[in-house]
Design a protein around this ligand. Structure first.
Ligand SMILES: NC(=O)c1ccc[n+]([C@@H]2O[C@H](COP(=O)([O-])OP(=O)(O)OC[C@H]3O[C@@H](n4cnc5c(N)ncnc54)[C@H](O)[C@@H]3O)[C@@H](O)[C@H]2O)c1
Length: 260
């Protein structure tokens, strides 16, 4: 018999949320949902310049920890996990919602991208998730869930997504290996694949409005997703009731990916 009361909430769970830039960020949709379902939050912010956008958000969800994290600063990710360990001694949820590619490489053809640009995009957008899984493992003593954000441009050639396509494909593959390696410890991993959302990261993609219009008219739902749609679905996947769902790339896109 399933105890339904234990399926509904994230009460008592500790969640580390990275990648909130402002109140449009997908990570903010997830943070709100984790909080609404009762989880305690640790929130990271990029640097002092972004503080004025993110600090009020951290307060809104009563974040227990609010910490700087620029992946380009050596040791900062390790410091975040040390702070989490000190505060809670455990971790149940990690949300990796970070991507970066240099503009000049992102705006050109994949075949023309520079080695430096490609490696930087892989480092910040993919390897950082592998590293987070490594650091989370000892803290997820009773299991847990690791999430990263991907996009359909990993599977299909999406105009203007360019270099991020292969980077997200690597991220999805890494998610499967993480799920397989940590699964015996009850640690699950998901790559979440939302439909296009108007965020700061998305503003770096050329002709993004055209993509939004195309998706809205073609998706079975005939609608675009919101950060709250993504947040609630992610929160549900972090619940104990979803403990046997792992290793997938999960589309939250109104069904767009099934269309030709
Ligand atoms: N917006 C979309 O249409 C869409 C669709 C599918 C997937 N995604 C993915 O969702 C994730 C979140 O993006 P978003 O759309 O919410 O945009 P966003 O700009 O709100 O979030 C991107 C985050 O990455 C962080 N970041 C960049 N470089 C960093 C670094 N060196 N160290 C630490 N953090 C760094 C930024 O500070 C920001 O918080 C990304 O992985 C993105 O590829 C976005």
């Amino acid at each position: 018999m399933i105890d339904v009361s234990s399926l509904a909430l994230l009460k008592g769970k500790k969640a580390l949320v990275t990648g909130i830039a402002n109140d449009q960020s997908i990570a903010w949709g997830c943070a709100k949902a984790f909080h609404a379902f009762g989880a305690d939050l640790a929130i990271t912010y990029l640097n002092e310049k972004t503080r004025r956008f993110t600090e009020p958000l951290a307060k809104e969800v009563n974040a227990s920890l609010y910490l700087p994290l620029d992946l380009q600063h050596d040791g900062e990710l390790e410091t975040v996990f040390e702070a989490v360990k000190k505060k809670w001694g455990k971790l149940d949820i990690v949300l990796h919602s970070i991507a970066f590619a240099p503009k000049e490489d992102l705006h050109g053809r994949v075949v023309d991208c520079s080695k430096e640009g490609f490696l930087q995009a892989m480092d910040l957008s993919c390897w950082s998730f592998i590293r987070m899984a490594h650091l989370a493992e000892p803290l997820m003593k009773a299991g847990g869930t690791l999430f990263t954000m991907t996009y359909h441009g990993s599977q299909r050639v999406v105009e203007n997504y360019n270099m991020m396509g292969p980077v997200k494909a690597a991220l999805e593959s890494a998610t499967r290996y993480i799920a397989a390696e940590l699964g015996p410890k009850g640690i699950r991993a998901h790559a979440i694949s939302p439909g296009p959302l108007r965020t700061r990261a998305a503003s770096g993609i050329s002709e993004f409005d055209r993509l939004l219009r195309k998706v809205e008219s073609k998706a079975p739902s005939r609608s675009l997703v919101s950060i709250d749609d993504v947040g609630v679905a992610v929160a549900v996947l972090a619940m104990n009731g979803a403990k046997l769902i792992t290793g997938n790339t999960l589309y939250i896109d109104g069904g767009y990916h099934i269309m030709d």
